[in-house]
Design a protein around this ligand. Structure first.
Ligand code: S3P
Length: 430
């Protein structure tokens, strides 16, 4: 475990960076490449620990995958080309890997054991195992299938109609991946629209999936064909610098090639509502996943309320939005976000506890937090608690601190953004 000393930096951020490839899309590119027939070339893949876990799991299922930095080639042999793994599939810290893979494994005629790190061992799995069992898979795990290690015995699946009890793209995607292998039609009704990368990717691989309002439908038995995927930058990684640019006095930065899928851009809506000085320049092309450049400059900010349908569109950005709110005028309220409790850490508690250690006036609620604005931050020793997004948020917080910050477990950032500190120091350099 490595602690990092973050010196106070009263200097502005300037210049331009290209944030790494999108994590959600990188996972899906490897997964769909692995179940499709033929070769899939992936450009701008995120070589973070989570996505490398996905590659390692599919290699154990017999798929040949070459990876060189952000270039990946997957040699797919169709879903029936996957073979029984000789060892447990280890997913590391990655909830997306384990939940989406269960959808794939549910339709395959063999037994697989899945396990991850101590954070994964605390994350709820019945949200996925219940619908997959209803479709015909046999899944067992600790505490009646709630926790890892999990064992999946796949087989013949039948389509279901399922009302998602929580707004979750991971659950929706797991059911879609099982639905691709099931007899008949699978229908999913979402309580609130979640990220739609899976639906877009099914179409990129030549499959069909239909959305109407809150309902997504897929028919089983479709064969997918390998393709070329160019992954846009991750708006959830860009978020740390969007906030840094908005709150560090004098800053003016440009983030290149940021994914602008509307199911992910809630943070841009929040920045605009708070009065931030941002300029979004979308690329004029017909890419499956829209992208563009974003320029952000320091400006005065006002508090806002973040709730309802906005929550799934910025769920991973809430830790850094809490920091943003400390610099706005007024009181920011975040609600309807109880899902934060079951992320890599309980992100309501970790955000509130760690920011409090830096002297921030912030309060946890049952489904979110209340943040008082116009605060000055002190400094001290804080911890990422093994949670990449907490580590990066605290590193940005250090830019605002009067005194030095020591960040424990800073290595966690490599889960989604291995070059985070390189990019940060580049923007700090004059
Ligand atoms: C993800 C969906 C979200 C998100 C996670 C990635 C995905 O999780 O928090 O980081 O790639 O589908 P939930 O589906 O649990 O909301």
């Amino acid at each position: 475990m490595s602690a990092k000393t973050l010196k106070t930096n009263k200097a502005s951020l300037e210049g331009e960076i290209k944030v790494p490839g999108d994590k959600s899309i990188s996972h899906r590119a490897v997964m769909f490449g692995s179940i499709a027939e033929g070769i899939t070339h992936v450009e701008n893949f995120l070589p973070g620990e989570d996505c490398l876990s996905t590659i390692s799991c599919f290699r154990k299922l017999g798929v040949v995958i070459s990876q060189n930095g952000s270039e990946v080639t997957v040699f797919g042999k169709g879903i029936d080309g996957l073979v029984r793994p000789e060892e447990t599939l280890y997913v590391g810290n990655s909830g997306t890997t384990i939940r989406l893979m269960m959808g794939i494994l549910s339709g395959l005629p063999f037994e697989t054991r899945l396990e991850g790190d101590e954070s994964i061992a605390r994350r709820p799995m019945t949200r996925v195992t219940i619908p997959l069992s209803e479709m015909g898979a046999r899944i067992a795990g600790r505490n009646n299938g709630e926790f890892t290690p999990l064992t999946v015995n796949g087989g013949d699946l039948s389509g279901i109609t399922y009302h998602l009890p929580v707004a979750s793209a991971q659950v929706k995607s797991a059911i879609l991946l099982a639905g691709l292998q099931a007899s008949g039609e699978t229908v999913i009704i979402e309580p609130v629209k979640t990220r739609d990368h899976t639906e877009r990717m099914i179409k990129q691989f030549g499959g069909e999936v239909e959305r109407k309002d809150d309902t997504v439908k897929i028919t089983g038995g479709q064969a997918l064909k390998g393709t070329s995927i160019n992954i846009p930058g991750d708006i959830s990684s860009a978020a740390f610098f969007l906030v840094a640019g908005a709150v560090v006095p004098g800053s003016d930065i440009v983030l290149k090639n940021v994914g602008l899928n509307p199911t992910r851009t809630g943070i841009l809506d929040v920045l605009e509502a708070m009065g931030a000085d941002i300029l979004i320049s979308p690329y004029d092309n017909d890419a499956a996943e829209p992208a563009g450049d974003i320029r952000v400059k320091y400006s005065k900010l006002n508090a806002t309320t973040i709730e309802g349908e906005l929550i799934p569109r910025l769920i991973d950005e809430i830790p850094v939005i809490a920091l943003l709110a400390t610099q706005a005028e007024g009181r920011t309220v975040i609600k309807d976000a109880a899902e934060l409790k079951v992320k890599e850490t309980n992100r309501i508690d970790t955000v509130v506890n760690e920011l409090s250690k830096l002297g921030v006036n912030i309060e946890a609620t049952d489904d979110g937090m209340i943040i008082n604005g116009m605060q000055s931050l002190d400094g001290g020793t804080v911890s990422a608690h093994g949670d990449h997004r907490i580590g990066m948020m605290l590193s940005i917080a250090a830019l605002l601190c009067e005194n030095e910050v020591i960040l424990e477990q800073s290595e966690a950032v490599a889960v989604s953004y291995p070059a985070f500190y390189d990019d940060l120091y580049q923007l700090m350099k004059k």
